[in-house]
Ligand binder design. Structure first.
Ligand SMILES: [Zn+2]
Length: 653
């Protein structure tokens, strides 16, 4: 018998239906725990081994930390020996945040951001031309042309959106003879011991000079000096604020549009993050889509009058403030609330929907006097948009949503990023275009990339490319080559999410860990199943123990060791009925052995059901990657929908 440290030994496990079982699980092996549903597989793998691993992990925390976490209960087991740190890769643990994507969970997108910050070429969003670098002399000429007789502050950006208290930095700046800094947009005198909140992101610029440009040599020299000094301290970027308008403009020795003079700050990884204010599209806050009021939903039937309820959010006329305002608008534009909506003058419709303010007088014929009225109306559509944007109440939001459309953001075209971030390109592609490619396409693109790069670019990119390529390969290895990095993790199936975590784990190259997986083959096509098994073996070969709870025959046959739990479900299960290598397990007369030996199979029925003659017809389905599919599904039958994973079987819109 092998040494004890080669095994995880479980003695007297009684969790749920387990019948006081003892089991030895060989370490650094691929071990499959199988058996009928409900036989006790998960009770052993998750509720005993994983639970104990978690409990021991939390025990290692300080007493202080533990009082917040709460202790975990010890599972009902006499003893577990030889346990390494445990990582469970379950199906349910994905982030449902709309800000999480395949790219962010696998960290591939983080490497892309780094790559774009370091090696991308910038193009002007005004002209599409490649941004060029100017000499200080050229920058000076530009400033003289644009800001003659204006008061200017010249600054050197030294900290951009980074955390820290910056006490030493302020000290240093003062030592160099500067008196003022601009911190997060505010001009401040440097004081002794000055510091800022270390846990917040800060922008800090040194005020280099304040001057008013006028013709003549004196200011010319001073401007020249200021440019030089700010470029020196600002790492080749200078900032200029025009005092009157407070307009901020960057000048960079690196990146300026030759035609229009716009310049981008030197890129940093956050400029390409849709989760950072530096990179996100301001219109949709980096979500890529938004809700927009749909006027047709507010007025679904233009033949109705407002009185009858043409304005769906308001319903028929009531005695309230809104209808009083509507009456005023009707007075002003000379129509009646009982007129069909389609007869109302356009100007009035505009005011009803989008609001307006107006004072007007009406002469009363009967009384012979003139009365003044005031319209101050928010507009129904504006009200709905505001309710949706600003209201905390979910039920009001839901109400507002009924009159809105869910649309792709028109500003960023769903790419989630702000305009200038999309004008940084590598080999003609911006980062959003890469995130939209599927993993196969992306892999091809990256493999051919080195040839397209300049020597300098390649030197910068080489290490990053290695990281990207290996991670892409891992995703491909677990059969996820059809996904794109931009795919929201919300829309992933449990199996896909699990395989992404698996790919990330392989990528992390940890050694000596016990991984426990819950039916990773679920939902996989046969072809992808082989890749999955390979990935698990890779994880094992790195020096890890892998336990898989699984029914899949291929997986069982590839295991180094099988633990078969049964014989039946619930209280009739919970025992180990056979264990050993696949060959050993096949010799027993268990249900599992019968399936492995092909003695038992799921019988194909001799007669197929006829169905009830009815059907569901789908026309023009385009959810996710569906290519305008039209099909008819017969009812009253069992219908199989098949295809290689992610041909897209389960898109439900
Ligand atoms: Zn947007």
């Amino acid at each position: 018998m092998a040494k004890n440290e080669d095994f995880i030994t479980v003695l007297g496990a009684r969790v749920h239906n387990l019948k006081n079982i003892d089991v030895q699980i060989p370490r650094e092996n691929l071990v499959v725990i199988t058996g009928l549903s409900g036989s006790g597989k998960s009770s052993l793998a998750f509720d005993t081994i994983y639970a104990e691993g978690q409990r021991r992990y939390i025990e290692t925390f300080s007493a202080y930390a533990r009082q917040f976490l709460g202790g975990l209960e010890r599972p009902d087991v006499d003893k577990i020996d030889g346990l390494s740190p445990v990582i469970a890769i379950e199906q349910k643990t994905t982030s449902k945040s709309p800000r999480s994507t395949v790219g962010t969970i696998t960290e591939i997108y983080d490497f892309l951001r780094l790559l774009f910050a370091r090696a991308a070429d910038a193009y002007s969003y005004n002209t599409g031309e490649k941004m060029v670098s100017y000499s200080d002399e050229q920058i000076k000429t530009l400033i003289e042309e644009d800001y003659l007789e204006k008061k200017l502050t010249i600054l050197a950006p030294v900290v951009r959106s980074r955390k820290g208290h910056y006490r030493e930095l302020f000290e240093q700046i003062a030592k160099q003879g500067f008196l003022k800094v601009r911190v997060d947009g505010e001009l401040l005198d440097i004081t002794k011991g000055m510091k800022v909140d270390r846990y917040k992101n800060h922008d800090i610029e040194i005020v280099i000079d304040r001057l008013q440009l006028s013709k003549g040599n004196e200011y010319q020299n001073r401007l020249q000096e200021a440019i030089k000094t700010s470029m020196y301290h600002g790492n080749d970027v200078m900032m200029l604020i025009e005092q009157e308008t407070q307009e901020v403009r960057y000048f960079s020795r690196a990146l300026m549009c030759p035609k229009t003079g716009i310049s981008y700050p030197l890129p940093e990884p956050n400029n390409f993050s849709f989760n950072s204010p530096k990179g996100m599209c301001p219109h949709c806050n980096g979500l890529g889509h938004l809700y927009e009021v749909n006027v047709d939903k507010i007025v679904p039937d233009k033949k109705l009058s407002i009185k009858q309820g043409a304005l769906a959010p308001q319903g028929p006329q009531k005695n309230n403030w809104i209808f009083k305002q509507l009456e005023l608008i009707a007075e002003r534009f000379q129509f009646k609330l009982s007129d069909p909506f389609e007869k109302i003058p356009e100007e009035a419709v505009e005011m009803i929907l989008f609001g307006g303010k107006e004072k007007f007088d009406i002469e009363s014929k009967t009384l012979g006097i003139t009365r003044s009225y005031k319209i101050d109306f928010e507009g129904i559509a504006t009200f709905i948009q505001n309710t949706f944007n600003n209201n905390e109440s979910t039920s009001l939001k839901r109400w507002a949503k009924e009159f809105m459309n869910h649309i792709s953001c028109p500003e960023c075209d769903g790419s989630r990023l702000k305009k200038d971030s999309l004008f940084f390109k590598i080999n003609n592609k911006n980062i959003a275009e890469l995130a939209a490619m599927d993993i196969d396409e992306l892999q091809k693109w990256f493999l051919s990339l080195p040839k397209q790069l300049s020597v300098k670019q390649f030197q910068i990119a080489e290490e990053i490319l290695k990281e990207v390529n290996t991670r892409i390969q891992f995703l491909s290895d677990v059969g996820l080559n059809y996904l794109s990095l931009g795919r929201s993790s919300k829309s992933l199936s449990g199996g896909e999410a699990q395989r992404i975590r698996l790919a990330t784990q392989i990528g992390s190259q940890l050694v000596g860990v016990l991984y426990i997986l819950d039916e990773p083959s679920i939902g996989l096509h046969q072809r992808d199943n082989e890749r999955l098994i390979k990935a698990l073996m890779q994880l094992r070969d790195l020096g890890n123990s892998v336990i898989v709870v699984e029914h899949d025959k291929d997986m069982i046959e590839h295991a180094d060791h099988i633990i078969d739990i049964g014989p039946a479900a619930g209280k009739y299960g919970g025992e180990i009925i056979s264990e050993g290598t696949p060959a050993e397990v096949k010799k027993h007369h268990t249900l599992t052995a019968q399936y492995l030996n092909n003695e038992k199979q799921i019988e194909v029925p001799k007669e197929r059901r006829k169905g009830n003659g009815k059907s569901i017809k789908l026309t023009g389905a385009t959810g996710n990657n569906l290519k305008n599919v039209t099909l008819e599904i017969p009812l009253g039958k069992m219908v199989g929908v098949t295809g290689v994973s992610e041909v897209k079987i389960n898109t439900h819109q």
